[in-house]
Ligand binder design. Structure first.
Ligand code: NAD
Ligand code: GLY
Length: 362
């Protein structure tokens, strides 16, 4: 078992990483209260949700309810969060309630947001079931929903009591979802940890084959980096923005295609390739690093190209409403070296145009 800590003073919390944590909730039910609402989706309720509900009831918790939300990014909305409030009120949950987010980033982001709002804030525990959620979205307290005019535009910073990472749930994850999670793992190597990037080059085949030892190492390394960055800059006033490498391009791809068409991690994978390309064009990054990144992304089953038909103007339209835009200036996360990211508005826009042209078929 591995135990990490997200160091945020009185809001600090542990990340527990181990096989079979879902089957053995006694390892973490001290983080729960006597009133628990398990929030999951319609896919995961029969796979993991109902048995977790039974196990928590058997452990003697006073009230354990479950809600299965519709599955998919398209349902990451205020309307869906309202369904969580409906159950909390109908079942008379009080301020000591704990919400358990059992699912990927979509369930985790909505459950955290519901926890932040219900009776002005109740506890919640993250039980991430996708690799992407285990290495990224469950850690750091970003919660929220999409708005038709922008992704993740409505939300709150709200930290969980604990993050429970069971490696076994990854065995049932669809292949495309596994690859999408590996994109965020590669991100940590690119932005922060060149040695980890080297390790990924040596061990990518094991990760793709779901070797639990390799996955445990990659998840621990990723969570360790995320925890360090979040501890330094919880509300993204500076350093935390480096976690968005490839995301500005990626969000444009997701919005252009319609949410859910390209998975978030796939769009981020392609976006990181674009960010590396731009960094090379600016003369900041050695071309060999961009080549290594593209090879690694492809080995993980990720795209390193734009969606068919997407044009530079499509990117620029969506990039203009990115959350990192300040005073109308586009800010991007770029690389100065392998393992060294910068967040900057100070770059030659002609180079950005060249990158976009190169990645878009006329
Ligand atoms: P997701 O939550 O949509 O899950 C992907 C799919 O996998 C779903 O169909 C889900 O039902 C299924 N699934 C989940 N676990 C499974 C399992 N163990 N076995 C079988 N199927 C399983 O997608 P995601 O990639 O986990 O999360 C993407 C979301 O996370 C996006 O909304 C993104 O904005 C958000 N996100 C948030 C943060 C953050 O810091 N809060 C960071 C990154 C991404
Ligand atoms: N996924 C980016 C962040 O948590 O800040």
């Amino acid at each position: 078992m591995s135990l990490l800590n997200v160091d945020l003073g009185e809001r600090s919390y542990p990340i527990i990483i181990r096989d079979k944590l879902l089957q053995e909730p006694s390892a973490w039910h001290s983080y729960l209260s006597s009133q628990v609402l398990v929030v999951t989706n319609e896919t995961l309720a029969p796979m993991y949700g109902q048995s977790l509900q039974e196990d928590l009831r058997a452990a003697g918790l006073e009230q354990v309810e479950l809600i299965a939300l519709p599955d998919g990014e398209a349902y990451k909305t205020l309307e869906t969060v309202n369904r969580i409030f409906d159950v909390l009120l109908e079942k008379r949950f009080n301020r000591k309630a704990t919400l358990v987010a059992l699912g990927g980033g979509v369930v985790g982001d909505m459950t955290g947001f519901a926890a932040a709002c219900y009776q002005r804030g109740v506890n919640f525990v993250q039980v991430p079931t996708t690799l992407l959620a285990q290495v990224d979205s469950s850690v750091g307290g970003k919660t929220g929903v999409n708005h038709p005019l922008g992704k993740n535009m409505i939300g709150a910073f709200y930290q969980p009591q604990c993050v429970v990472i069971d490696l076994c749930v990854l065995d049932s994850l669809p292949e495309r979802e596994l690859s999408a999670g590996i994109a965020e793992v590669i991100k940590y190597g690119l932005i922060y940890d060149a040695t980890f990037f080297d390790w990924l080059e040596l061990n990518m085949d094991k990760l793709v084959a779901r070797d639990h030892d390799a996955l445990a190492y990659a998840i621990e390394k990723s969570c360790h980096t995320k925890a360090l960055v979040v501890a330094e800059d919880e509300k993204e006033s500076g350093l935390r923005a480096i976690l968005n490498l490839g995301h500005t391009f990626g969000h444009a791809i997701e919005a252009h295609m319609g949410y859910g068409e390209w998975l978030h991690g796939e769009a981020v994978g392609a976006g990181m390739s674009l960010a590396c390309d731009l960094s090379v064009r600016l003369g900041w990054l050695d071309e060999s690093v961009k080549t290594r990144a593209d090879v690694l992304l492809k080995r993980a089953g990720l795209p390193v190209h734009s969606p068919e038909g997407m044009q530079p103007a499509d990117y620029l339209k969506y990039m203009a409403v990115d959350k990192k835009v300040l005073d109308k200036k586009l800010r991007l996360v770029l690389l100065k070296a392998l393992g060294e990211a910068v967040v900057t508005e100070d770059f030659d826009h002609a180079a950005l145009d060249e990158t976009l042209k190169t990645y878009c078929q006329p």
